[in-house]
Design a protein around this ligand. Structure first.
Ligand SMILES: Nc1ncnc2c1ncn2[C@@H]1O[C@H](COP(=O)(O)OP(=O)(O)O)[C@@H](O)[C@H]1O
Ligand SMILES: [Mg+2]
Length: 272
């Protein structure tokens, strides 16, 4: 049996924009991208702003159709899934976005927010909504007594924990984190990364972890795909890619981060 949970093959997304004189211009945001996400592993997707990471995430989450290419989940072609097959896929694949405050409805209580994915699936939690909300809040390190509060009553880090709890509410097999820790202060970021790692250990789901900070990627991912201008220019196990980058663009990314620059690490080791 294959240990591949999700595979993307030759996924391409073109956007059409209207140029001067109403001329249509085509722009390829994602260009022939392919990767596998294995059971229980974390695949990081890194690359500069505008390289096509979020568009790839939206396609994988089926929030957007690819122009061409294919997605398989547990061996099943879900590229054009509709109806029951799409609903099942949506329960299995959840997204945590960068800005918790804009992705959580400010007029809804935490309980309503956390129960929304179940309501969408038409599932009633065993033991009732209140109990299940409390359980989810405890799993992400929030006080269950705060279930009737609104997003604005929480700090940024706490609000992101609500976003994570919402993603977990339907027991997904794949969680896509699109720059989910990028906007957080460094100390809060470390706590949320530790939470994400613990949740994965407890539940065994896979992550697609999108980030531009390679130091963060190193803490959470086993494999990494490097995107530049819509293409994956390099991918492989983090250890190999970071120690011996083959693509010039990957080298540039690594050189920008002294903490994980291999040359710097080597010199530091040599210095004892
Ligand atoms: N809905 C859209 N319509 C037109 N262009 C888009 C749309 N979404 C993204 N783009 C463009 O596609 C490119 C890739 O964007 P995105 O996937 O958000 O990159 P990243 O997440 O790596 O910063 C960018 O140039 C962006 O402006
Ligand atoms: Mg993005």
């Amino acid at each position: 049996m294959s240990d591949v949970l999700l595979s993307a093959r030759d996924v391409t997304k073109r956007f059409t924009a209207r140029g001067p004189y109403g001329r249509r211009t085509e722009f390829t945001a994602v260009d022939g991208v392919g990767f596998d996400v294995r059971l229980g592993e974390t695949l990081a997707v890194v690359g500069e702003s505008g390289s096509g990471k979020s568009t790839t995430a939206r396609i994988v989450a089926k929030l957007m159709e690819p122009t061409s290419g294919a997605l398989h989940f547990e061996g099943e072609d879900i590229t054009h899934a509709t109806g029951a097959a799409l609903a099942r896929y949506r329960a299995n694949v959840q997204v945590v976005f960068q800005d918790p405050f804009s992705s959580l409805n400010p007029r809804h209580t935490v309980e309503r927010i956390l129960m929304a994915p179940l309501d969408y699936q038409g599932i009633a939690p065993k033991g009732g909504r209140r109990a299940y909300t409390g359980e989810l809040m405890e799993r992400v390190g929030l006080n269950p007594d705060h279930a009737q509060r609104y997003p604005r009553q929480f700090s940024g880090g706490q609000a992101q924990r609500i976003g994570i709890a919402r993603a977990l509410a339907v027991n997904p097999k794949l969680v896509i984190c699109d720059e989910a820790v990028s906007a957080l202060d460094v100390s809060v970021q470390a706590q949320v990364i530790e939470l994400l790692r613990r949740l994965q250990r407890e539940s065994g789901f896979s992550y697609i972890f999108i980030a531009h900070d390679l130091a963060v990627v190193k803490q959470i991912a086993q494999r990494v795909a490097v995107m530049s201008k819509g293409k994956i220019v390099e991918q492989g196990p983090c250890g190999e890619v970071f120690a011996d980058p083959q693509d010039p663009y990957t080298r540039t990314l690594l050189a920008a981060i002294p903490r994980i620059n291999p040359e710097w690490d080597r010199r530091r080791r040599a210095a004892g």
